[in-house]
Design a protein around this ligand. Structure first.
Ligand SMILES: N[C@@H](CCC[C@H](N)C(=O)O)C(=O)O
Length: 279
């Protein structure tokens, strides 16, 4: 069985082409594939399915859980489709559990995703390093608690899962810690003026079903939406520095976009007896 390994700002994935939707992708198989000692190692698995001519991204977290959406994964998925000759370079649609998403692949290897609306649904508190940090709950198809803080994010210990309100997030949550590097032009201008901020943020993330990762695409969208919400705004853009690189996010009232690199690093064949023994 063929696999491809790829990453988007070092959020890494095993891609499993399964165009005819035949694979039995059990929790045990996902966990083994993602394990960095006994498997290939990855933050998640992207199963590539084609149903009635429509692409579907079946995303799984490293612990085997299913998530609705993965922004970095979607860029890598799109890059795979183009590199494998399944799609010409350009714009096409990929189905996800959060709905259909339009992607545009660029000749330099980067990809722009339309990420759909980033809906700010309330406020909450993350408990990190014994400290309560306030933030906004943001729904990007999957749940986020995105917390802008003045405490330098580099200093937080994210080897321990952050605490969160289980009533507000009954299915768990991805927690982002964000510093504003540059509020950008427009940040000091009244929201009513129509001027939109273009800022620069830095983010670390603890992902539901994975742990700390070097990037999270939906998390960067949630971070920019949270930063804007703190200013009473629903429109703006920012670069977001993550441990694995940089992406660019724009937020509009009804949709958002995410642009960043998508890299394929290897392809190969899974050992059949290893795979069969995991069922
Ligand atoms: N890394 C992804 C998000 C993956 C899903 C997340 N861990 C969840 O459970 O919601 C991204 O790039 O968006």
């Amino acid at each position: 069985m063929e696999f491809v390994k790829g990453h988007g700002t070092e959020n890494d994935f095993v891609i499993l082409p399964d165009l005819d939707d035949r694979l039995d992708l059990t929790v045990a198989r996902v966990q083994a594939l993602c394990d960095r000692q006994r498997g290939l190692g990855a933050d998640g698995v992207l199963r590539v399915v084609r149903t009635d001519g429509q692409w579907f991204m079946d995303y799984r977290n490293a612990d085997g859980s299913i998530a609705e959406m993965c922004g970095n994964g979607l860029r890598v998925f799109a890059r795979y489709l183009v590199d494998a000759g399944h799609q010409p370079q350009g714009t096409f649609v990929v189905g996800t559990r959060a709905g259909d998403r339009t992607v545009t692949t660029h000749p330099d290897g980067s990809v722009t995703n339309d990420m759909g609306p980033a809906r700010v649904t309330g406020t909450s508190i993350a408990a990190v390093d014994g400290q309560g940090i306030g933030g906004f709950a943001v729904d990007v198809g999957n749940p986020h608690l995105a917390c802008v803080t003045d405490t330098p994010v580099d200093g937080f210990d994210l080897t321990v899962p952050p605490g969160y309100d289980p009533v507000m997030f009954p299915h768990g949550v991805n927690v982002e810690l964000i510093n504003v590097l540059d509020p950008g032009t427009g940040a000091g201008v009244a929201a009513e003026s129509g001027t939109t901020p273009r800022g620069a943020l830095k983010m670390r993330v603890y992902e539901r079903g994975v742990g700390e990762t070097r990037s999270c695409g939906t998390g960067t969208v949630a971070s920019v939406a949270s930063w804007l919400a703190g200013q009473g705004r629903t429109t703006g853009s920012a670069t977001v520095d993550v441990l694995g690189g940089q992406v660019t996010v724009t937020i509009e009232p009804t949709t958002s976009t995410l642009t960043g690199p998508a890299v394929l690093v290897a392809r190969g064949e899974l050992d059949k007896s290893w795979w069969d023994a995991l069922a």
